[in-house]
Design a protein around this ligand. Sequence first.
Ligand code: SF4
Ligand code: SF4
Length: 219
Amino acid sequence: MSFDIMKGLKTTLKNMGKKPTTVKYPEQERELPPRFRGRHVLHRYENGLERCVGCYLCAGACPADAIYIEAEENTEENRVSPGERYAKVFDVNLLRCIFCGYCEAACPTGAITLEREYKLASYYPEDLVYHKEQLLEPIGQATVGSAAVWFEQPPPPDEAAQPVPQEAGVFDGSEASAAAVGLGTLETEREVWIVDPEQDEDRRPFEPQEQDEKREVAP
Ligand code: SF4
Ligand code: SF4
């Protein structure tokens, strides 16, 4: 028996009595670390309104281009969120997502958080594009999710306030707030929409809205 085989057997014998580091999933599951980031959840307020004000900040912050939003104006007859707009469509493509949490950090209203759901496997890629209907908390549920950690922290110093884009379309140094981003008067940049059919087969096709068509014909 060669020396190498002896060395290998020594390692085997050394580890034979040790507790295994693997678990028998799915019968057995590991305890997740406290800062684990799983599938996204969209939250509601206590009164049932959606926290999301359709501001696109999460989509803008996402380094993987995994979030697709179509915002719609609230009306008195159909008020969905407390802001001027709400997300009519909110898709997260989990095939692109790298679970970095930037979307959660960018959201001014605590509307989106990454929670502890990780059983996300599927045979079909389209199953991994999660739509608003799947992401949103059911009516009657109003949690803040993992954003609770921010409530437990002391408030940040004034100099750490984050600037947000204002009506002028530039970062003007104002503090982030739902009111600031919920203005709803800025025209949506066409680039925000996902229009490349080759790269984005799994997303909703871009259908020009009535106002887009008008804009195109305008001089
Ligand atoms: S977790 Fe990161 S990659 Fe995933 S949707 Fe949010 S910002 Fe994008
Ligand atoms: S940043 Fe928050 S409020 Fe804005 S679109 Fe994303 S989830 Fe909605």
